[in-house]
Design a protein around this ligand. Sequence first.
Ligand SMILES: [Mg+2]
Length: 312
Amino acid sequence: MAAIVCGRHAELRVCPQCVARPRVLPSRAQLKPVRASKETAALDLLVFSDLDGTLLDHATYSWEAARPGLERLGQLGAGLVLASSKTAAEIRSLQHEIGCAHWPAIVENGAGILWPNDERAGQPQGGTDYARLRAILDDLPTPMRGEGGFEGFSDMEAARVADLTGLTPEKAALAKTRQHSEPGLWHGDAQGLEAFLAALERAGVHARRGGRFLTLSFGTTKAQAMAQVVAALKPKTTIALGDAPNDLEMIEAADHGVIVHNPHAPPIETLPSERHAGTIRTQLAGPAGWSEAIVHLTDGMITTAPNAVKEC
Ligand SMILES: [Mg+2]
């Protein structure tokens, strides 16, 4: 995408247009920044965010570059719901690092919701969904599994998960404590993948491509889990951020969507909501882009927020 050249917006580097029209820079009014309500509300803003490649750097998993945006959410008293393919155990650990463990989180691509004070996050690998999924994989023909086919996390030692993901061995072990879904790699050719996906579909298993892995589940999505959280917390406004195809329904469902640039993944096609600037794209990748988008979208709230608190 070409760089934004307008002097007024050069520092923002947030392009609200699709990749097909990268040089067209709309006005601030067209970008529709979030406005604070005049009422003193319990929850004006709830932010849903993907992790890998979005709030976390694709290579280092650091969220440091997102600090300005996180601090903005804290100033506003806004909620932050992490929404990822990661397990409950991984996300709980991250929530404590970031300071948002008092908000719910969407785990394993929407297959589960981790509510505050839910101690099931520490449960070992297992659960009905995961056991059923593994049984279906075990029943597939040999060429569809292993070195020439699908290699899931359950087929891997924690050290291999660590090698593939760049996670520490400890965090890779948490990534293997699955309850609902199975991420993995396809090692075969395109024709074999087509047959694999068809076999999964016949068994009622859905496959979604995230930024790094092909993740198998029984079809719940981040957007479905998001709807449950919205119904429970009733925020006035929602923002959703993500970088991959499995984030798009969540982004489209939010009042304000943000596609965070990921130079390591294929480009994402134009979304319907981009045509009226309901969704914007960042030019910076990962947490830096995340932060710029949050700061930009909440500019209209910061001067009028009635009850600022310190944690997001
Ligand atoms: Mg991602």
